[in-house]
Design a protein around this ligand. Sequence first.
Ligand SMILES: Cc1ncc(C[n+]2csc(CCOP(=O)(O)OP(=O)(O)O)c2C)c(N)n1
Length: 325
Amino acid sequence: RVVMAGTIDSKTKQTLKDIANKLRIHSINSTTAAGTGHPTSCCSIAEVMSVLFFNTMKYTISEPRGANNDRFVLSKGHAAPILYAAWAEAGLFPESDLLNLRKIDSDLEGHPTPRLNFVDVATGSLGQGLNCAAGMAYTGKYIDKADYRVFCVIGDGESAEGSVWEAMAFSSFYKLDNLVAIFDSPDDNLQIGKARVVRKSDSDKVTVIGCCVTLFEALKAADKLAIDGVNIRVIDPFTIKPIDAETIRSNAKETGGKIITVEDHYPEGGLGEAVCSAVACCRDITVKKLAVQEVPRSGKSAELLEKYGISANCIVKAVNQILSQ
Ligand SMILES: Cc1ncc(C[n+]2csc(CCOP(=O)(O)OP(=O)(O)O)c2C)c(N)n1
C-alpha cells in the first residue's frame, strides 16, 4: 500500500485523531504489560506518528525496507512502543505482539534495533538520530539520486545535544530538502535554568531537591514525613546546568538552611555538586547528598532505589538525620 500526502479534509483529520488515540492505547498497554518503558514519551508524539504513518509517508507495508520507501528515524528511541504500535496498526504484524514488548525472547526491545525489518537505525542513545537521518538523506539525494524522504522525530530534551546542531548544520550545508526533522515539544512550560517548587508549606523544615525518579521519591517521602508532622519543601531543578541558584538559595533560607539532594547517579558532577556550587558562598547552609555510591547493578526499580540509598525511606531517614544535627 502506498500512502500519499495530500490536503487533509475533516473526515481524514478525525480518522488520524482516532489512530493517534489507538497508538496511545497500544503504547500504554504494552508498557503496562512490560511493567517498564516510557508511555508518556510515546503519547506526546501520537499525532505526529499518526499523520506520518497514515497520511504523509510513502511506504509499502509488505516491504518495510523497500528501496523507494520514505525512511523513518525515531531519534527519541525510548518512544519505541509507539513505533511498534504504528507498524502493528499499519498491519505489519498482529497487535497482540505489542504485548511482548521488552520480553527476553522478543525483538520488540525497549529501544528500536535494526534486527526489526522496519528499523534502519538503532536509537536510544539520545542526540544521534538526526545525524543518521541526515546521512540517509544525503545518500538519497546525492548517491541513490532517489526521491524518498527521510523523517526524523526528535525529543526537545535531546535536541540540546551538540550533535543535533551539527546535524542541522550538515543538512543545511548539503541542502537536504528531502530531510524532515520534527521536534516534539511537551505542553508543560518548563524553562531552561528555572527550577520548580513542587511542594511547599509555611512550616517546611528541609528543602529536598530531586530529579526524575528521585523527585517522585521525594514527594513520597514528603507524604510519609507529613504523617509525623514534619513538612518538607520539594524542588525540581529541571536543569542542573544552568542551575537555578536563586530559587535554591531562597528556599534553603526559608527551610533553616537545610538541603538534601537526591540523584540516581554517581555524585561526581551531578545534582548534589551543582547545588553545592550554587550555595557555596551562602552562610549557614548544609547540603546532604544522597547519590549512588557504588557500581550499580540491574534489578527492580524499588529494590534499586532502596539498595543505593535514594528511596523515599532513605530520604525520610536523611531528613530526620539532618534535623537532629
Ligand atoms: C545520550 C543519552 N543520555 C541520557 C539518556 C537517558 N534518557 C532517556 S529518555 C531521556 C529524556 C529525553 O527527553 P526528550 O528528548 O525531551 O524526550 P521526551 O521528553 O519526549 O521523552 C533521557 C535523558 C539517553 N537515553 N541517552
